[in-house]
Design a protein around this ligand. Structure first.
Ligand code: S3P
Length: 177
């Protein structure tokens, strides 16, 4: 993998990975979509019928299958809650970018719940609390933290490109972390 994006639900991982993929001419995968393809079930159905623990195990199984994928991977908001996934992401040699959002953006982005199984069961305050609980894990794996702060996606992508260029990531001439 060339890049891994992490961040809470609604932080823009899917949108930003697609835009970055276009700019860098790289393929993009979304871990949730890989799970859906593999199981032929929706994320909602997996949570409803098999439970969260089963979903977290699937995340690790499918994450491991991405080793030879040479593009950008957008993870799920809770992927790093599985210790195996956390280790896999943080000890690999792929740069990890955290899209960090403000509490008020959680309200805006997840207010309509967007069909997400965890978001649909929680109030906004509970979601903010959940993000705070996860924050140390997101920060632990990140090589670059982008404060999304209601920025336009193009601005976020420029910040990531600046980091990649500065660290000579992607041109095969420098260290990647
Ligand atoms: C989850 C986030 C979701 C998805 C699942 C669980 C979480 O991904 O993996 O609903 O625990 O935060 P997104 O961050 O893409 O919404």
């Amino acid at each position: 993998m060339k890049l891994i994006l992490v961040g809470f639900m609604g932080s823009g991982k899917t949108t930003i990975s697609k835009l970055l993929g276009e700019k860098l001419n790289l393929d993009v995968r979304d871990l949730d979509q890989e799970i859906v393809k593999y199981t032929q079930l929706s994320i909602n159905d997996i949570f409803k019928n098999k439970g969260e623990a089963y979903f977290r195990k699937l995340e690790y199984d499918l994450l491991q299958k991405q080793t030879s994928f040479s593009g950008i991977l957008a993870t799920g908001g809770g992927t790093i809650m599985n210790d195996n996934c956390l280790e896999y992401v943080s000890y690999g040699d792929t740069p990890v970018i955290l899209l960090d959002m403000l509490d008020e953006d959680i309200k805006k982005r997840l207010g309509s719940k967007n069909g997400r199984p965890i978001a649909s069961l929680k109030t906004t305050d509970e979601l903010i609390e959940l993000k705070h609980k996860r924050d140390s894990r997101y920060h632990r794996v990140a090589n670059l933290i982008i404060n999304t702060n209601s920025k336009q996606p193009e601005v976020i992508v420029s910040e990531i490109m600046f980091f990649l260029n500065k660290n000579k990531i992607g041109d095969n001439s420098g260290t990647r972390r």
